[in-house]
Design a protein around this ligand. Structure first.
Ligand code: NAD
Ligand code: IPM
Ligand code: MN
Length: 357
């Protein structure tokens, strides 16, 4: 196969730790399946602020643009939390998503049978849970105008939430298409009882829906959705929602799987190019201790193989290897019942790599 280029931006905290394990998996799939990759590393996030004075250096952006796909760890940490907006790691993350046109963030939450005891929910509630959050990623309150001003009650802060029809249409079409390839159920989540952006969202979804008559559509208000996710998670198939609701609901969905350390994500635009990252952050509380679960990042590589490269065999092999290692009882601390027997980040990565064949 032809050589593909992966830009690797490890970031901060546990980012470099989990990305190192994902790179092991990439190497292993080269050996086993004969695929060929070059990886190019670039600075991103807090470490880029420290070394280059900006969270998203031009050079990093061009490394990403010249690659076929991007593998990202996580950014952020207390060291940069009091910085101005321009000098925050998170601003770099929003910038890279916007610059690369990645408006669609896919966050699958699948319950591995043997992890039912790792979730805080009852096993019988989790039975059969297999859902996908499709989160709009480059619009809404994250990207609207923000400012401070003097008001009657002292200083005021303003965040504006803006969505236009075209932005809603493209993500909703993607969500319907994904639903068609799954169990053909789509829940569109909004706050149309209060927000104007949500009313435009719902109108747009309803206008598009007749193009997908085979997909069963329901509208769910976001507060109800947060509750239903815990009450009847297995009844959801695809959930499509705006940026901030998707951020919050996908962390909630993570706990269905047992740990946020399990949840992978793909950020896509119109084509095959994608950015792949775990849903979790830089976890400053456990960084540098070898405690991080690398599975979310490893499963993000499987998404990369499937969605960008079409390497279904290697994607399947990664997912099978993760299931096999978990089935054999191996656990990192976040998903372990007996924490004293927990594996380190690298031990887990090694076991999964060895199980790929
Ligand atoms: P977090 O996801 O980093 O951590 C939340 C909790 O989950 C912590 O207790 C952490 O130890 C645990 N956790 C996270 N990933 C884990 C893993 N792989 N294995 C085991 N445990 C794991 O969220 P937070 O604490 O709210 O944020 C920390 C920093 O990360 C902040 O600076 C935030 O802005 C940033 N962040 C970055 C991203 C990203 O880069 N995509 C995502 C979320 C948060
Ligand atoms: C995520 C993170 C980011 C987001 C932050 C760090 C900007 O929470 O990727 O889910 O809110 O999108
Ligand atoms: Mn988040």
């Amino acid at each position: 196969a032809e050589t593909k280029k992966i830009a690797v931006i490890a970031g901060d905290g546990i980012g470099p730790e989990v990305v190192a394990e994902a790179e092991k998996i990439i190497k292993r799939t080269e050996e086993v399946f004969g695929y060929s990759f070059t990886t190019e590393h670039a600075l991103f996030g807090g470490i880029a602020i420290d070394e280059k004075g900006t969270p998203l250096p031009e050079e990093t952006l061009s490394v990403c643009k010249s690659a076929d796909a991007v593998l990202l760890g996580a950014v952020g940490g207390p060291k940069w939390d009091n910085n101005s907006k321009e000098l925050r790691p998170e601003t770099g993350l929003l910038g890279i998503r916007k610059e690369l046109g990645l408006f669609s963030n896919l966050r699958p939450a699948v319950i591995f049978d043997c992890l039912k005891d790792a979730s805080t929910l009852k096993p019988e509630v989790l039975e059969g849970t297999d859902l996908m959050v499709v989160r709009e990623l480059t619009g809404g309150i994250y990207f609207g105008e923000k400012f401070r001003r003097e008001g009657a009650g002292g200083e005021e802060a303003v965040d504006t939430c803006v969505y236009n029809t075209a932005e809603i249409e493209r993500i909703v079409h993607q969500a319907f298409e994904i639903a068609q390839k799954r169990r053909k159920k789509l829940a569109s989540v909004d706050k149309a009882n209060v927000l104007e952006t949500s009313r435009l969202w719902r109108e747009t979804v309803n206008r598009i829906a007749p193009e997908y008559p085979d997909v069963e559509l329901e509208h769910v208000l976001v507060d109800n959705c947060a509750m239903q996710l815990l009450r009847r998670p297995s009844s959801f198939d695809v959930i499509v929602t705006e940026n901030m609701f998707g951020d919050i609901l996908s962390d909630e969905a993570a706990m269905l799987t047992g740990s946020i350390g399990m949840l992978a994500s793909a950020s896509m635009g119109e084509g095959a190019f994608g950015l792949y990252e775990p849903v979790h952050g830089s976890a400053p509380d456990i960084a540098g201790q070898g405690l991080a679960n690398p599975i979310a990042t490893i499963l993000s590589v499987a998404l990369m193989y499937r969605l960008t490269f079409g390497y279904e065999d290697a994607a399947d092999a990664i997912e099978r290897a993760v299931a096999e290692v978990l089935d054999a009882g191996h656990r990192t601390a976040d998903i372990a019942v007996d924490k004293s027997k927990a594996l380190s980040t690298t031990e887990m990565g090694d076991l999964i790599a060895a199980a790929i064949r």
